[in-house]
Design a protein around this ligand. Sequence first.
Ligand SMILES: *Cc1c(COP(=O)(O)O)cnc(C)c1O
Length: 355
Amino acid sequence: MSKFLSKRLQNLEAYVPGEQPKGEKFIKLNTNESPYSPPKQALDVLAQYGATLNYYNDPDCKKLTEIFAKYHGVDENKVVFANGSDEILVFCYMTFCDQNIGICYPDITYGFYDVYADLFCLDGEKVPLNDDLTIDITKFFNKNKTVVLANPNAPSGIALSLNEIEQIVQNNPKNVVIIDEAYVDFGGESASVLTDKYENLVVCGTFSKSRNLAGGRLGYAIAHKGLAEDLNRVKYSFNPYNVGTLAQILGIISIEQDEYFKECVGKIVDTREKFTNDLEKLGFYVIPSKTNFVFAKNDKIHGSKLYNLLREKKTLVRHFKNERICEFIRISIGTQEEMDTVIVQLAEILEENNA
Ligand SMILES: *Cc1c(COP(=O)(O)O)cnc(C)c1O
């Protein structure tokens, strides 16, 4: 750290992203990416559009917004795009929070909610989950501060119903509720249908997980039009060109190739169900997942040990040190072949450790 670092950032602990291995070959199940490629039409993009990269991209993402809004059945003026949904979350923090307002989120959830609270010097309140990692929705009623919830939640993989989300939104009339739907396509119910009815609801989502475009960097918000206008005010004050030409085109192609999207999501969901079953047969406790990952533990072997032993076998998964969940590992769903390999590796590990 230099002597010039702002005082307010001296205790900031940065988010630690999952490992992105260079060179060495791993089965990569640690950051909830899709194992499938973008649609093959996307692979020709550079040949078709690369030549226009000397010009700035469309800051309004007009064409992408049109096709996306139609797909979701919402008005175009309710949609905002960003460089990944992480950037949408940052815009939400910048737009709807300050020291007077504050923000709250579950104690076990997506790590960035807490990091952003620190980054923006907010008093982030961690609302405890139940012992089984479910959310008691009444603990999120009348918070009088911004609420941010991942639905389905991570890393538990547990989803709230649309009705439960609506109750949370209804019971926070004086503040904004942000519902982060990064994993909604794998089995959740989207709250975007409520964004006309409630002036305090922002739904955000990403093309990174279910749309096979983690490296393309494209995220969105669907919000009540007043809130979308506020988010655009901040976006245009920060970086109007946040979504590059290629990301916009990739997004359009992804929505056009709807059958391919549904096919990939269908495969992930089928693989998830089979993998869950196979883990249970090995004696794992697996939380039923509505996402593209599972959160699992085995009473005979600790999560950190499992993480290390899998890594030795060239499979990357995610382990979290927080003591409420340190016995678990989070395993992204790859291809069926990858998951079959992981089951073999886990069986070996259990045997080698007399577990
Ligand atoms: C992966 C993830 C994101 C971020 O997605 P990007 O669009 O890649 O920035 C946001 N929220 C949750 C809960 C996630 O798991």
